[in-house]
Design a protein around this ligand. Structure first.
Ligand SMILES: [Zn+2]
Length: 441
């Protein structure tokens, strides 16, 4: 089975000096237009309670270009500027839908430097990409081929804090879905000392370079803190920090891609826990920040890969006491401090903390699927027509849990697995209760 998707492929490229200058100018203009439009919209609302639409900002842009002091906006391609206004509109849409905070101004130093080109502003022919206002094609490192005869519909150029240039091409692609014969079900928990723990008992450790990278990052940060404000040494130290960061994120992304691909290939159903459960433990260390970011990225990758391959991804709710529950008998331990790595339940089973949590997450996820409740809806697209080539239009009502439960008919092996776990739990529980009448609630 195949599935048509939109896919962004990112490549590194090396601009010549003129191209770099042109792009730097474009980034600056994009930022300026975005900020000016944001200011106009904010003022109109706070002073006059007026809503300014995208079309109005577009007309403003035309007017700005005609003024003497903003005439330089004409020197760069007009498309990225127009796209900046679209991005602002999107930021407002997300704000009004309560998905995001109020848009903020783009900062010269902190914001991502990027410019988006649509089809009218670039030419792609024979593997050569030329942007508007440029004479020569970009020197792209084609680290992997573009899908088939695909031609990109959108091109995004960006430069990261470490000074590297990237181009991202949005293409139509056809995904070969992994065989539907995979009947595996797996629960995944973010481990305390390992990266992930699986309900199968497997623990996935952090790659070996992780610890060394963190040490290097901490060192680079310390070094930066010692440098005088505004000095050339400080600028150099900041670049060094950015480079270490870039290496860490690259390696992490690569590792997570391999992991998520494997999980999706081997399993029909994957159950994970909501990230926010981990935020209850307050810890502001660098290592923690990195592992949180990794978990977020892990979930995002799982979401779209499960969607591509017609797998079911269940996210169990945050209040679920996965670590404290015995996965064999269902007894609830009273407390489970973070230093407890393994424990023995009253039923006699010894559990590895993380694997036990992953088993509980799996059982919870399966019962959620069977009963059709307790879980918040995931990305709509992951459950709507897996064979359909088109994405659902926005604003489509979300499926109700009861409707989702109806899909269980197709998941006989899954139900069986869930029932087996339940039966096992009940039988242990029953045997347990006869021996010790004080069963834990
Ligand atoms: Zn137990």
């Amino acid at each position: 089975m195949t599935r048509a998707v939109k896919r962004a492929l990112k490549y590194r490229f090396y601009p010549n000096p003129e191209q770099a200058a042109e792009l730097a100018r474009t980034f600056g203009c994009v930022r300026l237009v975005y900020n000016m439009a944001l200011q106009a919209r904010t003022e109109a609302w706070t002073l006059r309670q007026e809503r300014v639409s995208y079309n109005t900002t577009s007309a403003m842009l035309t007017a700005w270009k005609k003024t003497e002091e903003l005439a330089f906006l004409n020197e760069v391609s007009s498309v990225p500027l127009q796209q900046a206004l679209r991005h602002l509109q999107m930021a407002y849409t997300n704000f009004f839908a309560k998905r995001a905070k109020y848009p903020t101004f783009k900062s010269k130093k902190k914001s991502r430097r990027s410019a988006e080109y649509t089809t009218s502003a670039f030419r792609y022919r024979d593997g050569r990409l030329t942007l508007a206002k440029m004479t020569e094609p970009l020197d792209i490192v084609w680290s992997r081929p573009l899908p088939g005869s695909a031609s990109p519909s959108t091109v995004t150029v960006s430069q990261d804090a470490a000074g590297r240039w990237f181009v991202s091409l949005l293409c139509d692609d056809v995904i070969e879905q992994a065989p539907a014969t995979a009947t595996g079900v797996v629960g995944v928990d973010a481990g305390l000392d390992s990266l992930l723990a699986l309900s199968t008992g497997e623990k996935i450790t952090n790659p070996r370079h992780e610890r060394r990278d963190r040490a290097a990052l901490a060192r680079a940060h310390r070094n930066l803190a010692k440098k005088e404000q505004g000095s050339a040494n400080r600028a150099r130290a900041r670049l060094k920090v950015a480079r270490v960061h870039a290496r860490i994120t690259d390696r992490r992304r690569d590792h997570l891609h391999k992991l998520t691909t494997r999980l999706v290939r081997e399993n029909q159903t994957i159950v994970i826990e909501d990230l926010t459960v981990r935020n209850m433990v307050n810890n502001h260390s660098l290592a923690r920040a990195i592992s949180d970011a990794a978990w977020r990225q892990f979930r995002t990758m799982l979401e779209y890969k499960a969607d591509w391959h017609g797998r079911t991804l269940v996210v169990v709710d945050r209040w679920f006491p996965s670590s404290k529950l015995c996965s064999a008998c269902g007894a609830l331990a009273e407390r489970m401090p973070l230093n407890v790595r393994s424990w023995t339940c009253r039923c006699g089973r010894t559990h590895d903390r993380d694997v036990n949590a992953a088993r509980n997450i799996l059982a919870e996820g399966l019962s959620v699927i069977a009963c059709g409740g307790g879980v918040r809806p995931q990305r709509e697209s992951s459950r709507t027509g897996r064979s359909s080539a088109k994405q659902e239009p926005l604003g489509q009502p979300r499926e109700s849990p009861s409707f989702r439960a109806g899909r269980i008919v197709n998941h006989a092996p899954l139900l069986r697995a869930g029932l087996e776990i339940l039966a096992e739990r009940l039988s242990t529980c029953w045997g347990q209760r006869r021996r010790t009448p004080t069963a834990t609630a």
